[in-house]
Design a protein around this ligand. Sequence first.
Ligand code: PAF
Length: 427
Amino acid sequence: MALVHPRIHILGTGGIGSLFAYHFHKHGIPWTALLRRPPNTKEGHPSLSYMDCTALDKRSAEPKHIERIAWEPTFPLIDQEVFSNDLVYQKKMQQPIHQLLVATKAYQTVDALSRIKHRLRPWSTIVLMQNGMGIKDEVCRAMGWHSARDRPNFVQGIISHGARRTDSTVVHTGQGTVWISACIDTIAQSSSDILRPKRNHIFDERHQTPNNPYPTLRPLSSSLRSVQYPSDWNPAFVSPFVTPSVPSYLPLSDDKEIARLRTKSLHETLANFCRLSTDLSLRLVVPADLLARQLQKLVVNSCLNPIGTLLQVPNGELQTPKASAVVKALLAEAHGIIIQSEEYQLLPPEQQATLTLDKLTDTTFQIIRDTQSNYNSTLQDYRNGSPQSELDYMNGTLIKMAQQSGASAELNTKVRDQVGTMFSSPR
Ligand SMILES: CC(C)(CO)[C@@H](O)C(=O)[O-]
């Protein structure tokens, strides 16, 4: 029997969301784009083209087309009028989402997720693939997911590929890497367990070597494979007047059953992403490894993005003596903040050793050299007219960490506020 891959829903179909969409399509993984409004196509079916501008081989720059992609609107403004009496549409809009990739801007996440909250279950798996930190906690607070039992699984990703979407074409502009890991629920376990992956059913670290330091996904046990997701669609609920916030499934009362469903969904989601390992240099890492990489990226983004944005220059210009002195001062402050943070304290010594000031400085200036002709993403957002910057999830996260530990965040506050003023002024 052919293997059926569970469907992935994608929220945020800009460059990164569409890059994943193309690769899911290539690997036969069904996916649905959740769009703000019905796509504007003559045929009534959207299409997506993929253009690889990262390869030297000119032939690969030929666009590859995907026709008739599945889509669902999430913002039923226009749709309310068009579809409010359509029972099939109503039914579709209530169906549970088992796997969700979130690739919106960090500051759009809560609003976008709140529109599909009624379709998420405690065993759904949400993959956050965005810049910055602190998004998961903000989402859980805003959705009222206070206990490990109500909230879905979370997977955190870090991506360094460059991609942009123009109309229906996604252009892969820079080869990079994707790192993903499960977020182990901090409520369910004591803090010393959080980053100890050997205790869970997901990672297999037996075959790691110095040349291949990555764990593999444990095979899904046959007992979990046979677990069925509750079929929660009750046709009696099909009504044009269904209120999305009313759950249309009978909540499960058995904690063990919920835990089994969660493990199955988490595993299936990671397995779907791992199918893109070769195409997108995607690496599954243990949670401690991912957290260390997130902290490193947080520091790089918090020091490079605001200065490049305030000066409105490409990354390479940050090597001038004046600009690099400011970047270095920010780096010193950011380092002082992270080493006093709760997150850093959770890391094992080998991961803490990757976050010294010298290493962070070397990495930041290496990235500046590697991306010298690029404009950083915050400056691109500014030039594209975004109403808000993602710095609240970069420098803003460092400032929150500093408030908790009592470290100084004077410079980070200053640049965050200056960039905030820039974004709120007319362009
Ligand atoms: C690495 C980076 C700073 C390069 O521009 C990128 O993460 C960005 O633009 O945000």
